[in-house]
Design a protein around this ligand. Structure first.
Ligand SMILES: *[C@@H]1O[C@H](CO)[C@@H](O)[C@H](O)[C@H]1NC(C)=O
Length: 421
């Protein structure tokens, strides 16, 4: 009932906004999460019909962000394929495993030994989860569901583990496009018990979070409106799930703010990878904090912090990539990143999902595209066990020819991981 009603009102709002924006000559993508039903309606056939491919384009265009229309030899407008951002990638053999008990978008995941803990997330745009499901890589089964604290955020969390304690920092509280909470928690995975932790100085939406040199670091993300990038960086000394200090301290700000990035510590260096500036915001005055699209800028920047405590610029990803905060694993001194979203279509402004797996080899500091996913998908939750790379959850594309977001998934897949040495 709630879901159906939500969709109808969503439809009216989206339609009204669509007309308004058309009047200003702007075509934007309003599709998101549960509003996918409208993707096949006549209403949105206008943006997709203007994307017909005329002439062959290379898989990625360096100047694809250029909004000026190009003319081809016949003087006709040259259009970009909806899939032009796909990169050539090796085909992999994928095996479908048992699906997670619930579908999840913008959830969080932490692997400890043979267990993948998956937290929170949207089931659909009007419904968020407040529990944890656990996958066991040894018997390939889901089980061990338990509740999260009532006050804990439901999506866009910062999360990291020391191998036993999981630190859960800030994140969005509630469905649709509500703002973040500053509340912070610790889960002891030996006993599955929760405790409170010192709140972040201000709430943050999808901040980069890691444990590094005995301190819990939290940086970037969006400010309370979900859209404005935050550059702040805080840390606090921690041990065994407890703070060793009374308050968070300010650290060197991150060079570029924004949510949805991978944050990884390898060999005493902290990396922040990809992400975006801007995100959907609550529609002003909406009692349900209805999500409305704001045009985000996705990037592939990689920044590294070492003992000098100065940010260093590393080689960028093969393409801009966002929505990857729990979509990575470290294997054999390489960071492996699964799916995500890339920069929006330059003409239709539609969101474009990523269907590749990337490897950042820290021996050579080189990026590789190492495989194709079964489909394009964002906010995947990733694990690695016994030579196999696993992913579950997220939001997948509309199909091979349409990289826009559609279904929120529960599926779990695995493939043998093949790395470039
Ligand atoms: C990681 O390194 C070990 C030891 O060299 C090797 O046996 C294994 O195949 C490597 N794993 C991957 C995924 O490349």
């Amino acid at each position: 009932m709630v879901k159906a009603a939500g969709k109808q009102s969503c439809g009216r709002l989206v339609f009204a906004s669509f007309l308004a924006l058309l009047a200003f000559g702007l075509i934007a993508d309003f599709l998101w999460a549960s509003s996918h039903r409208f993707s096949s309606s006549a209403m949105l056939s206008l943006p997709s019909s203007v994307t017909t491919v005329v002439g062959k384009l290379p898989p990625i265009e360096k100047d694809s962000g250029n909004k000026k229309k190009k003319k081809d030899d016949n003087g006709r407008e040259r259009k970009l394929s909806a899939t032009f951002q796909d990169l050539p990638a090796p085909q992999l053999h994928w095996e479908k495993m048992s699906a997670s008990p619930v579908p999840r978008l913008d959830g969080a995941a932490i692997q400890i030994r043979n267990f993948l803990y998956v937290f929170a997330g949207y089931s659909n745009i009007n419904l968020v989860h407040s529990h944890v499901d656990v996958y066991n890589f040894v018997d390939n089964k889901w089980g061990g569901r338990f509740d999260m604290p009532k006050e804990m955020a439901h999506s866009h969390l910062g999360m990291v583990t020391d191998g036993r304690f999981i630190y859960v920092v800030t994140g969005q509280y509630g469905p649709q496009c509500r703002g973040p909470t500053a509340k912070t928690f610790v889960l002891d995975t030996d006993t599955n018990t929760w405790s409170d932790f010192i709140p972040l100085p201000v709430p943050r939406y999808a901040p980069a979070t890691q444990l590094w040199r005995g301190r819990l670091h939290v940086m970037g993300g969006s400010k309370e409106n979900r859209h404005t990038p935050g550059l702040e960086h805080w840390s606090i000394a921690v041990k065994d799930g407890k703070a060793l200090e009374k308050e968070w301290r300010s650290e060197i700000p991150i060079p570029r703010g924004g949510p949805h990035r991978a944050c990884v510590v390898v060999d005493d260096r902290l990396f922040v990878i990809g992400g975006q500036e801007g995100d959907f915001m609550a529609k002003p005055g909406s009692p349900i904090f209805k999500c409305s699209r704001r045009l985000e800028v996705v990037f592939g920047d990689v920044y590294m912090l070492d003992e000098e405590m100065k940010w260093k610029v590393m080689p960028p990803m093969p393409k801009p990539d966002s929505h990857i905060e729990f979509a990575w694993k470290v294997v054999n001194n390489s960071i492996v990143i699964v799916g995500g979203t890339t920069e929006k279509h330059p003409e239709t402004k539609k969101m474009v999902l990523v269907g590749e797996i990337f490897q950042f080899n820290l021996n050579t500091m080189k990026w590789y595209v190492i495989g194709k996913l079964p489909y394009r998908v964002k906010t995947t939750l990733v694990g690695y066990w016994d030579g196999q790379l696993y992913f579950t959850s997220g939001q997948r594309d509309k199909g091979p020819d349409d990289p826009g977001p559609r279904k929120v998934i529960a599926e779990m897949w695995r493939t043998k991981l093949i790395l470039n040495p």
